[in-house]
Design a protein around this ligand. Structure first.
Ligand code: ZN
Length: 160
């Protein structure tokens, strides 16, 4: 089966920067499972995966504008340390999760001074050209329920 709108796709990936340094990988962990054609992935990745099938390996290079955008100026702000989520203690350079009006976002800790943290609200991968090595491991037709919800149910997906 080829990847097209309303198929459920499973893949492993390794994300590298332009120099080839590995940034993150699903190798040894659960693969990514997503519903194709519902804006669940970066558009550049969905476009590259369109028409592929299980067993296909591909490498996709996305410039910043197709990935997480260019860094914005004046992106630093101070927040209470206890608003940072994801680790018990914080050092400069660590990536934290914060709640915002637009939902949860990844930010980078710039410094910690007592109860106050300075964070950079740019996405940690903003400004980077990203290379995704993709390994498609499964493609199946989505159920009517998955299509109406816009996401995958069961293994690797939502349970509700
Ligand atoms: Zn659902």
């Amino acid at each position: 089966m080829n990847i097209s709108e309303n198929t459920v796709v499973q893949f492993h990936y390794t994300l590298k920067d332009e120099s080839g340094a590995s940034l993150e990988s699903t190798s040894g962990n659960e693969p990514v499972t997503y519903l194709h054609g519902h804006n669940n992935l970066l558009p550049g990745l969905e476009n590259a995966l369109e028409g592929r099938e299980a067993g296909d390996k591909l490498s996709v290079t996305l410039g910043p504008n197709d990935a997480f955008g260019e860094p914005r100026a004046n992106s630093q702000l101070e927040v209470p340390v206890d608003h940072l989520m994801g680790a018990p203690a914080w050092q400069p350079g660590m990536v934290a999760i914060v709640n915002t009006n637009q939902g949860q976002r990844q930010v980078t800790v710039v410094k910690v001074d007592g109860e106050v943290a300075t964070i950079d609200t740019n996405h940690p991968l903003a400004g980077k050209t990203l290379v995704f090595d993709l390994d498609v491991i499964g493609v199946r037709q989505a159920s009517e329920e998955e299509i109406s919800h816009g996401h995958v149910h069961g293994e690797g997906g939502h349970h509700h």
